[in-house]
Write a protein that binds this ligand. Structure first.
Ligand code: IMP
Ligand code: MG
Length: 177
């Protein structure tokens, strides 16, 4: 089973957009400290690139969640696989995701983390597939809006592969080769 990957967003465009987002975030959080939370594993690439370019103080933590449900469709609930190491109470929290699809994962996460009383809670995603949205989620920073296609690279996987591609590409399933 050979997968062909065609480039959707080249590396240079992603880097440029991350720099722009970091500038915007740095302006919005002027005089504050950002507690950046990356959602494993997909957001590792964007979270670290973003963190390097943010000019206000940044602390980092990571969390891993998985959706309950069967197969490829998300369900309404998420399970915490790895919780945060630190408390977020009274901190300015910025959640970083790789992609927002149905919105289930993030809307659940926002509710779950909101209970822990952060001072503020905002959301940043590299990619957004608005056509797929089922639940409404307010996203504060969006890298790119993309069409309803399955993408890999820059942290995103297909069966755990291709996360390390430096660009975002569309998977085309090959024919018997
Ligand atoms: P949501 O709960 O439907 O918003 O699911 C978001 C999660 O689904 C992301 O964190 C990804 O892990 C996964 N996902 C959604 N679309 C894609 C895609 O095109 N490529 C790879 N993973 C995806
Ligand atoms: Mg993910």
């Amino acid at each position: 089973m050979a997968e062909k990957i065609s480039v959707l967003i080249p590396e240079e465009e992603i880097e440029k957009r991350i720099r722009e987002m970091a500038e915007e975030i740095s302006r919005d959080y002027a005089g504050k400290e950002i507690h950046l939370i990356g959602i494993l594993k997909g957001s590792v690439f964007i979270a670290t690139e973003l963190a390097k370019r943010i000019t206000v103080p940044v602390t980092l933590d990571f969390m891993s969640v998985s959706s309950y449900g069967n197969g490829t469709e998300s369900t309404g609930r998420v399970r915490v696989v790895k919780d945060l190491d630190e408390s977020i109470k009274d901190r300015d929290v910025l959640i970083v995701e790789d992609i927002i699809d149905s919105g289930y994962t993030l809307s659940n996460l926002l509710t779950m983390l909101g209970v822990r009383q952060p001072k503020s809670l905002k959301l940043c995603t590299l990619l957004d597939k608005p056509d797929r949205r089922v639940v409404d989620v307010k996203v504060d920073y969006i890298g790119f809006q993309i069409p309803d296609k399955f993408v890999v690279g820059y942290g995103l996987d297909y069966a755990q592969k291709y996360r390390n591609l430096p660009y975002v590409g569309v998977v085309e399933l090959g024919e018997e080769e």
